[in-house]
Design a binder for this molecule. Structure first.
Ligand SMILES: Nc1ncnc2c1ncn2[C@@H]1O[C@H](COP(=O)(O)OP(=O)(O)OP(=O)(O)O)[C@@H](O)[C@H]1O
Ligand SMILES: [Mg+2]
Length: 218
């Protein structure tokens, strides 16, 4: 059985059927990209896999858990522990420092504060951001913000990291660095990563490229 199984996912917004039977099997520690034109349903699919959106029908199994069978509270806890998100515009909390932003998933899970702080510091260290712990997002560069967002996604050592156009708001240098970072994350942290991207370069370095078209992936 694959680490993540996406079985016959359908999703409609009103009369608009966006996902028309999506099937994917993703192995552990693989790095897959999903491409496809604007409006194809990539973000919708990623939200379903991230359990943020319950599909009209179909099944998502992550690390042996049939996620949409979970009750609301269990699902929220599952998401917090097993899924790390990286968004196009980082979505860091403006009022909090880099360190606090990274700790946030652990604080939500009510894990030990000191341990969380220790892990967040180690992650920042590995991303060469030790000098920026106390900086708020507005006091970080675009690339730094995105690295902080990667640390936050890694905080709980999740089963899978989902990224929706993570380099979409970066210049070409920072884009390259972020791509390298995602590869490092796969290699060093043994993460399973699913990235939606319009970037051919990123697709080229991934283990598998899926194309989303006409409501299905191929
Ligand atoms: N909440 C919603 N309500 C109604 N329609 C929606 C909703 N969210 C998305 N859609 C529609 O579903 C389709 C797929 O949207 P989605 O955001 O998944 O596309 P995408 O592949 O991520 O596109 P892009 O590359 O531009 O980000 C679009 O036509 C969009 O207008
Ligand atoms: Mg999108």
């Amino acid at each position: 059985m694959a680490y993540i199984e996406i079985n016959n996912i359908h999703h409609s917004f009103g009369n608009l059927e966006v996902l028309k039977g999506v099937n994917m099997k993703i192995e552990q520690n693989s790095f897959v990209t999903i491409m496809g034109k604007s409006g194809a349903g990539k973000t919708t699919l990623l939200q379903v896999v991230g359990t943020l959106l319950t599909p009209t029908s179909g099944q998502v199994i992550i690390d042996n858990t049939d996620v949409f069978k979970l009750k609301d509270k269990q699902l929220a806890a599952f998401r917090n522990r097993h899924i790390g998100f990286i968004f196009q515009f980082h979505q860091l909390l403006a009022e909090f420092t880099a360190l606090e932003n990274i700790m946030m998933p652990a604080l939500i899970a009510k894990t030990n504060y000191r341990q969380a702080q220790q892990r967040a510091k180690e992650l920042l260290d590995r991303m060469q951001l030790s000098e920026r712990l106390e900086h708020k997002p507005s006091e970080l560069s675009g690339g730094e913000k995105q690295r902080v967002a990667v640390c936050r996604a890694l905080m709980m050592n999740p089963s899978v990291i989902l990224a929706d156009e993570p380099s979409g708001s970066l210049d070409s240098q920072n884009k390259k660095e972020l791509h390298k970072l995602l590869l490092d994350v796969k290699q060093q942290f043994k993460q399973t990563i699913i990235v939606v991207t319009h970037d051919e370069e990123l697709a080229k370095i991934s283990d598998k490229v899926y194309m989303m078209q006409d409501g299905v992936v191929k």
